[in-house]
Design a protein around this ligand. Structure first.
Ligand code: AMP
Length: 288
């Protein structure tokens, strides 16, 4: 018996995707959607496995969305590894890979976008203007294309998940959003498609993000409650990497993302740091 998992069915048009989804619904299956930009790693695979574990007919979109990149960002050099991606999807038994072209997603004359106020303005929104407009717009489009019961996102992009939850609630999108834990390399670096940009030396230095979050967690466990003190200690850890440039260190309410001064309940610690021209983000919930 051949036990090799089959490749997922690859579809490139919205029409073909909807046919696949409709057929699954006729078989009484629920639909799970995992939106990605490809260059898949174990973080993405964990989302696919979470969907498959629920028995969902699992659609993985692979689309490097041009509207979420600012001019001068890495749109052109973003890693594109479709064959390897499909092999990974086959290993975690995704059902459909939706791999549309930019023209399929953004038809001529496209003029509508989604702006999530407040949540989307701070941190990433400040450093990457229009980023979340591109993300929210493409995610809403993917939700409308695949009409999933559940869509899966990673905690690694905490603010992105918060923005999408807000959008789904505000616009009455009938989907459940599930956020899965960040998958890390053995030394703690959060897996990211962008990690391949790092030279071996910079890859070593990149562990300072996770080290700073671990230190904050440790300090909170030992009773520290002052957010400014935590941020200062995190800053020192991050700047111990030569050439590290801090975009932000934030301690905030995990729901509203409003900054906090004291750690009185579960608190989001989030960092964005550029090392050797590669911008990295990470976060952890600190629990007093
Ligand atoms: P991306 O392809 O980077 O746009 O990511 C697609 C989805 O995978 C997003 O929901 C990310 O939050 C999630 N993701 C990326 N990296 C990780 C990771 N290390 N652990 C868990 N989820 C991740």
């Amino acid at each position: 018996m051949n036990t090799e998992p089959a490749l997922p069915n690859v579809v490139t048009t919205v029409e073909a995707l909807r046919r696949e989804v409709a057929a699954a619904r006729r078989r009484q299956q629920r639909i799970g959607l995992v939106p990605t930009m490809g260059a898949l790693h174990e973080g993405h695979a964990s989302l696919v496995r979470a969907s498959k574990a629920q028995g969902h007919f699992t659609v993985v979109s692979i689309f490097v969305n041009p509207t979420q990149f600012a001019p001068g960002e890495d749109l052109d050099r973003y890693p594109r590894t479709l064959d390897a991606d499909l092999a990974k999807l086959s290993a975690c038994r995704a059902d459909v890979a939706f791999v549309p072209s930019a023209d399929e997603v953004y038809k001529p004359g496209h003029a509508t976008s989604v702006d999530v106020d407040r949540l989307g303005r701070r941190w990433e929104g400040e450093h990457r203007p229009n980023h979340f407009r591109g993300v929210a717009t493409v995610v809403l489009k993917l939700l409308n294309m695949a009409a999933p019961d559940v869509a899966y996102f990673g905690q690694k992009d905490y603010q992105q998940a918060a923005v999408i939850r807000r959008m789904v609630a505000d616009l009455d999108v009938p989907v459940e959003i599930r956020v899965c834990p960040t998958v890390r390399e053995p030394d703690g670096l959060a897996m990211s498609s962008r990690n391949v940009y790092l030279s071996p030396a910079a890859r070593g230095r990149a562990t300072v993000l996770w080290k700073s979050l671990c230190l904050a967690r440790e300090m909170v466990a030992q009773g520290e409650r002052d957010a400014a003190v935590l941020a200062e200690q995190m800053r020192e850890v991050i700047l111990s990497a030569e050439d590290a440039r801090i975009d932000y260190i934030a301690l905030a309410d995990p729901d509203t993302l409003e900054p906090v001064e004291r750690i009185d309940g579960p608190t989001l610690a989030a960092v964005a740091v550029t090392i050797e021209n590669t911008r990295l983000i990470d976060n952890e919930i600190l629990v007093p």
